[in-house]
Design a protein around this ligand. Sequence first.
Ligand code: C2O
Length: 473
Amino acid sequence: MRTRRSVHAIEGNTSDETLLWYGRAIGELKQRPITDPRGWRFQAAIHAYQRGTDPFAVDGESLPSTQDQLDFWNQCQHGSWYFLPWHRMYLFHFEQLILSEVQRLGGPSDWALPYWNYSQDDPNSRLLPISFRAPTLSDGSPNHLFVSQRISDANAGNVIADETDVDLSNCLSKQRFSGPELGDTGFGGPQTGFMHSGRAPGALESIPHAMMHVRVGGNGFMSRFNTAALDPIFWLHHANIDRLWEVWKKRDPDHLDPESHQWLRGVSFQFHDVAGNRVTMRCQDVTDPTAHPLEYQYDDVSDPLPESFGVDETAGDIDVLQLIGATNEPFEVNLNATATQCVVRAPRSDNTVESFGVDSNVTRVFLSIEQLTCNGMATAIEIYLGLTPEADPESNPTHRVARLPLFGVREASEPTGPHAGSGLAFSLDITEAFQNLDDLGDDKFRDVPITLHPVGEHSGDAIRVGRVSLYAE
Ligand code: C2O
């Protein structure tokens, strides 16, 4: 069985040639035209493709047939319980392709994708791995693991991410794999049909997954669905996300994959094998990476959290969610100010916000953010609860309830694109923060101040929010 190993262990061993072979194989793939399923550009287009954002587009070049584009391109599953299984299938077929090139070139027959574990205590684990930073190798030939389309600090070997960006305590403590689109979306994402984007992501998909995309990408490849897989680090990033699925399952016997027919067999996905033949896969084919057809393992799936950590006790049965208040109109996040505030007004009546913490009918409170759009580049938005309008969010870290990565926001904002402009959505469990809130408002309404604070680089293009709402479970 092939073993996917840590990129840090591989780089720490000077005689290990795994990354050298990876680069050589990518060099082969790059020589193939976009019509070739075994080529670098076709492989990236499987994730997402739009002609207008293709950095390698050549006027007049031929493209795959419309039917092939429909069947094989723009397939990535986001904001969905298919996020993990689809990306596992995608990585598997890519890894098979690289392996076949490595073997053809005379390399090791047990080649496997490395993974990038950026969530270690050592902050250096969050630097872009060294082998990906330089444009050339020591002999002067091109380094195919390098792309210039990253945030400049990545290739400079500087800090690009902090502990919050790669924190695993939220995702790994999720008790359920899936959940409803509003409310607790679980470890792996909400129950949806085939879903390119648009629904609230699961906990792992948001942090660390989407956060690392934007931290590496800046205004470059990794920040966009359309170009993410053109960065060779994409595949090591996703090998780590795939590994964390195994870590989650192993850390608690109650952490189980969905057992429904709909997830296991309801939707099928198309790929090519290395010979160019069409392959169909369903989730049931990829729940165990050590079994046929996948047959790989990770060198480390141990639990990174303290043993005592993380039974999410609030996760009982899923009750019906009740809307308790929402903003009335879309608004813009002011990029020139440190923060923008909106206030959700919740009518005071039985079984709503007022009774929260008193009436045991309400067990959890969720904050939902919908139709977040931006036509340029933006890294992330932080959400704070209960600040006064003048307060500086960064000096009130205890009020922060989430950091929301805006990976893919441009694609999700284009009215003519495959996402129909519906923007990004998020659903956050804010129960604890809510319990600590001052009770503001008047005798008819309770006011909940919600502050949005942009973090990281942005291009200055407006960030709009369609609606912010509160739900009680
Ligand atoms: Cu489909 Cu990390 O993205």
